[in-house]
Design a protein around this ligand. Structure first.
Ligand code: FAD
Ligand code: NAP
Length: 581
């Protein structure tokens, strides 16, 4: 593959940044359906995105395997079986490599290539994309498929550089693995990642000390191998499963109950929670309709889950630290686990409450707390999450129309029109950008929806000879205001330390970034935007700063909004019950 480091940039129709689920499908559509000369640029030296980077012990999906796959092709669907209810990292990475091979995508994917800058040339109506190595590409269409959770957040704890042992962030895990045998391991972080890693690290570490700042809920995943009958059922019912995931608000393959927690008596409620605990996984969240809408309802689930921690963890002091949870259930992304709480019954595993006694610094021997206590360690694992949603976008120096900079435009928080377009940045599309349902959903469904919507838009522009399309400022203002309202209608903003709000990264503006209005409503809005000739966009000329907000938004989200399409008729009950494992 030839690339250019000096002189004229290499000319392409489209550049796609990122080779995860989003980038691979975007390349397929632009190249194979639209016939564009497109190229994916990817930092990693392999495809897979999240599943290329996150190789930490215990890494696996919390979407059920029959829903965590592409739905755009029956042939692709039939060519791959996952082996477990929740596939592990290696299996998902293998699936994405299989997709890249089946669709012959590799010739148009350039690996080990980090995009550092992109500048809009108004006269040429093209983007110039620059890589870390100094290569330059010129393109009409620029699509970021950079992921919501791809920018690792290593906390700036003083002294890290002096640590005598080794340290790793879970999202940048060494490909050769880490040998914990005979080592004193410290893990910082108890989010979904940390909760998956603890039981597996504990299997071989000499000691494991978990530094917990915020205690967390977790529900057993009840993972296990899928039996042959289930695999066959997923193969045979491709169409039904596809319809199902497209009909639920969070794109998972199960319905949210229409019952309200507070309409049940205490005994019935408890029985429902017990059953959901046995079924396991994210289905627990769907047991009542109002768990994320009413604090009183949520409290009943929270008390049930805290009670489970106290039942499982034998030492009362440890149980008290692990169950001292300060936010509503599912207001942060709810983890699911395999033996997380039970692992604290092992003699060599401890939890340290670093809210009570915060980490002061890292010293050559380990982690020192404010009290002066030093925990001596050989390995530190940072399960400390990501600079989510905006981090990967802002690590690229975007220079839009009139020389404006994205980092300035988003200094007070991100602004997009329906998560895919940014005023001032023509011909740039963001797959699952801020303002998309993205991380509040089973992500394959929003990814496919965005990628298809973007391809349709580019196809229309190319067909009609429109060389410039840009979201209007009013559309983005109105959308982010709606995103905020949708979050405020739920308990989600009540977890003040959540990464949904950017609160996990010091100095980041506190803005609720994903769209909580549900995937079905979101799809309806995006379809209407396109059907009305790309409302909220200016085509062929720069957006008018005085343009009014697009009426589509008020019409589809206001009091007279049409009802959402219901669940598909006749979906087989067996398809939406817990998968047999
Ligand atoms: P990614 O997979 O993040 O891919 C983005 C790619 O862009 C990366 O490879 C990155 O290297 C590349 N990139 C970024 N910036 C640049 C740049 N400047 N230049 C070049 N390349 C760049 N979602 C679910 O729905 N269900 C789950 O069960 C689930 N489990 C998860 C588990 C973990 C551990 C994590 C971290 C996330 C999980 N997610 C889950 C979210 C997951 O990120 C998405 O499901 C999905 O994989 C995202 O795909 P993507 O292509 O949008 O982004
Ligand atoms: P996360 O949810 O942001 O959790 C990070 C953890 O690190 C939190 O416990 C946080 O504490 C702690 N932390 C951060 N900085 C710290 C510091 N300076 N000192 C002490 N503690 C610190 O990150 P994550 O667990 O990697 O998960 C991110 C997202 O990825 C998930 O929410 C989910 O969407 C996805 N994911 C999914 C799965 C899955 O099961 N499929 C698995 C992993 C990840 P505070 O809470 O106090 O900030």
């Amino acid at each position: 593959m030839t690339t250019q480091t000096g002189g004229r940039p290499q000319s392409l129709d489209a550049v796609i940044v990122g080779a995860g689920f989003a980038g691979l499908y975007q390349l397929h559509l632009l190249r194979d359906r639209l016939g564009l000369k497109a190229r994916v640029l990817e930092t990693g030296d392999g495809v897979g995105g999240t599943w290329y980077w996150n190789r930490y012990p215990g890494a696996r999906c919390d979407s059920e395997s029959h829903s965590y796959r592409y739905f755009f092709s029956r042939e692709l669907h039939e060519s791959w079986d996952y082996s477990e209810r929740y596939p592990g990292q290696e299996e998902i990475r293998a699936y994405l490599n299989h997709v890249a091979d089946t669709l012959a995508l590799r010739p148009d994917i350039q690996l080990s290539t980090r995009v550092t800058a992109a500048a809009w040339d108004e006269a040429a109506r093209r983007w110039t994309v620059t890589t870390e190595a100094g290569e330059r590409f010129s393109c009409r269409w620029l699509i970021t498929a950079v992921g919501c959770l791809s920018s690792a957040n290593v906390p700036a704890i003083p002294g890290l550089e002096d640590f005598r042992g080794e340290w790793h962030h879970t999202g940048r895990w060494p490909h050769e693995g880490v040998d914990f045998a005979g080592k004193r391991v410290g893990q910082v972080g108890t989010g979904s990642t940390g909760i998956q890693a603890v039981p597996v690290i504990a299997e071989t570490a000499q000691t494991l000390t978990v530094f917990q700042r915020t205690a967390n809920y977790s529900v057993p995943a009840r993972n296990g191998p899928l039996n042959e009958q289930r695999k066959q059922e997923w193969r045979d019912n491709f169409e039904e499963v596809r319809k199902l995931v497209r009909s639920t608000p969070n794109a998972h393959p199960f319905r949210i109950s229409t019952d309200k927690a507070m309409d049940q008596d205490a005994e019935t409620r408890r029985a429902r929670y017990e059953k959901a605990w046995e079924v396991g996984g994210l289905r627990f969240r769907a047991v009542f309709h109002d768990l994320l809408l009413s604090k009183a309802a949520n409290d009943t689930a929270a008390e049930f889950l805290k009670g489970k921690i106290r039942e499982i963890v034998k030492d009362p002091e440890t149980a008290a630290v692990l169950s001292d949870i300060d936010h509503p259930y599912a207001a942060k992304r709810p983890p699911i686990d395999t033996n997380y709480f039970d692992t604290f019954n092992k003699d060599h595993v401890d939890v340290v409450d670093v809210r009570a006694d915060p980490i002061r610094r890292i010293v050559p021997e380990g982690i020192e707390l404010e009290s002066g206590k030093v925990h001596e360690l050989d390995v530190i694992v940072f399960a400390t999450g990501f600079d989510a949603m905006t981090g990967p976008l802002l690590s690229i120096d975007f220079q839009g129309a009139d020389g404006r900079r994205l980092k300035d435009d988003w200094a007070a928080g991100p602004k997009t029109w329906v998560g895919v377009a940014i005023p001032g940045y023509p011909n740039l599309f963001t797959v699952t950008g801020p303002g998309s349902p993205s991380v509040l959903a089973n992500m394959i469904v929003p990814i496919e929806q965005h990628v298809e919507w973007i391809a349709d838009c580019i196809e229309t522009m190319e067909r009609e000879g429109v060389d410039r399309i840009e979201a209007t400022p009013a559309a983005a203002e109105a959308w982010m205001s709606h995103v905020n309202d949708a979050a405020n209608a739920t308990l989600l903003p009540q977890a003040g330390h959540s990464w949904y709000l950017g609160a996990n990264v010091p100095g980041k503006p506190r803005v609720f970034m994903p769209y909580a209005g549900g995937m079905v409503r979101f799809r309806q809005i995006c379809d209407a935007v396109a059907a009305r000739g790309y409302e909220g966009f200016a085509m062929g000329a720069p957006a008018d700063p005085a343009a009014p907000p697009p009426p589509v938004l008020a019409e589809l989200t206001g009091p007279d909004a049409p009802p959402l399409p219901g669940a598909p008729a006749g979906a087989k009950t067996s398809l939406i019950e817990a998968p047999g494992v």
